[in-house]
Design a binder for this molecule. Structure first.
Ligand SMILES: Cc1cc2nc3c(=O)[nH]c(=O)nc-3n(C[C@H](O)[C@H](O)[C@H](O)COP(=O)(O)OP(=O)(O)OC[C@H]3O[C@@H](n4cnc5c(N)ncnc54)[C@H](O)[C@@H]3O)c2cc1C
Length: 386
């Protein structure tokens, strides 16, 4: 197996490298350009992979960094300070590599990991369909058993990286009316016959995520490309969802930190009515409120991270963290823009892009309402009379 070009003794050195990478390759100007051009920055994704960023949770034996979940979360938080869309695209390729490394066969690892770790191949995970998003048990893409594999038919929608990905993990129903029990997960190669990519969606922002959909028409999957058989695919999706919700919360913290940084810097230079803005109590109290919400979002994110790291029950902690951090990011990034006056709206300031991504974060990996469903289901058990 080829090894990544860079090794890190610990997570801190990975984050140092990520910060240098962000400053060098993820400037606001570049990120704004990608947004304006509606471009997925493939070259920069490849550079990031060259730093090992698509293999943080991949074992060393497979050519990854093996630095664990917290390191991945800190990496995407750091990169999101400039461009969450980039970080989200990257982590989607990372997650496919990690799933193949941890749960795939040796044939699958040999076939797919080198390209994913080198950034030569981009990957995506496809559950959502035009007819169903929140309710995954209702997916209609079908996988029909044939002699030497499976025939896949159906449409997927709202898939990160779909405009550029080479490899897709596709969740499909093998047995109609069997709900989640019949769902299997298949590795799909976009170059093969039967895969039809749709055009990129035009969104309010986040275009570096390359969101789109695709159609599978009699796409043949060999048995060797079945990643999770029916029965275990849905469970595996649920197992990884708490981690995804928690790192989305961390990404929102990263964007909000940038908002605070920029608003404070602006206030320390801008004068109105003969005084620096930073001397105005009205503005300082607003930013103090932003800081309190930022700290609360971080604390909830940390609690969920610890639960995931230690293997505790993480559903509620992840739901609280994602709900609070995504909501906070939308309202408090808007406050940061307000504190910067009209200048906060400029393209070269990342806050408009961050605001759009914070809204997008309300939907990915389970909506705010689905987090509330999880929390509400346990209210009586969690908050019993003392
Ligand atoms: C930018 C972006 C990237 C994405 N990337 C991916 C990806 O890579 N892979 C992938 O598979 N999917 C991806 N998604 C899809 C995402 O997971 C879905 O948008 C999400 O699951 C919600 O589904 P939906 O949009 O179809 O909303 P719906 O399920 O149609 O829900 C509509 C509204 O009703 C609410 N709602 C639904 N059920 C309930 C309920 N029981 N109680 C109360 N309210 C409810 C929802 O919260 C939402 O507000 C992405 C989405 C976006 C926006």
């Amino acid at each position: 197996m080829p090894q990544p070009t860079t090794r890190y003794p610990n997570a801190d050195s990975l984050i140092d490298a990520a910060r240098s990478f962000r400053r060098r390759h993820l400037s606001n100007e570049q990120a704004a350009q990608w947004e304006n051009d509606r471009q997925v920055p493939l070259e920069v994704l490849r550079l990031a992979a060259g730093h090992g960023f698509t293999g943080v949770e991949v074992p060393l034996a497979h050519g990854g960094l093996d630095l664990g979940y917290r390191a991945k979360l800190r990496l995407v938080e750091e990169l999101s300070r400039t461009c969450m869309a980039f970080a989200f695209s990257l982590v989607n390729t990372h997650n496919v590599a990690a799933k193949i490394a941890h749960h795939g066969s040796s044939t699958q690892a040999e076939k797919y990991l080198p390209g994913l770790l080198a950034g030569e191949r981009i990957a995506a995970t496809a559950l959502t369909e035009p007819g169903t998003g929140s309710d995954l048990s209702a997916i209609a893409t079908s996988a029909q058993r044939v002699n030497d594999g499976w025939l896949l038919n159906g449409d997927k929608a709202w898939i990160t990286n779909a405009t550029v990905a080479d490899i897709f993990l596709v969740y499909a129903q093998t047995e109609p009316n069997s709900a989640t029990a019949g769902i299997g997960c298949f590795i799909v190669d976009a170059k093969r016959h039967g895969f039809h990519r749709h055009a990129a969606y035009s969104l309010l922002g986040g275009h570096a995520m390359g969101v789109s959909g695709f159609r599978l028409h009699d796409y043949h999957v060999d048995d060797s490309d079945l990643l999770y058989p029916p029965g275990s695919a849905f469970k595996s999706a649920l197992n990884s969802i708490n981690g995804a919700r928690t790192y989305v919360a961390a990404m929102c913290c990263g964007m909000l930190y940038t908002g605070l940084e920029l608003a404070l810097e602006y206030g320390s230079q801008r004068r109105t009515f003969g005084q620096l803005l930073s001397s105005r109590q009205g503005l300082n109290w607003l930013l103090a409120d932003v800081a309190t919400d930022y700290e609360a979002a971080r604390a909830l994110t940390e609690r969920a991270t610890v639960a995931i790291e230690t293997g505790e029950y993480a559903v509620l902690a992840a739901a609280h963290a994602k709900k609070f951090a995504t909501r906070t990011a939308v309202t408090r990034l808007a406050d940061c823009i307000q504190a910067m006056g009209a200048n906060g709206l400029l393209d070269e300031i990342p806050l408009g892009r961050h605001l759009a991504c914070a809204k997008i974060a309300h939907f990915v990996d389970g909506t705010t309402e689905i987090q509330n469903e999880r929390i509400a289901a346990t209210l009586h058990d969690t908050y019993r009379p003392l």
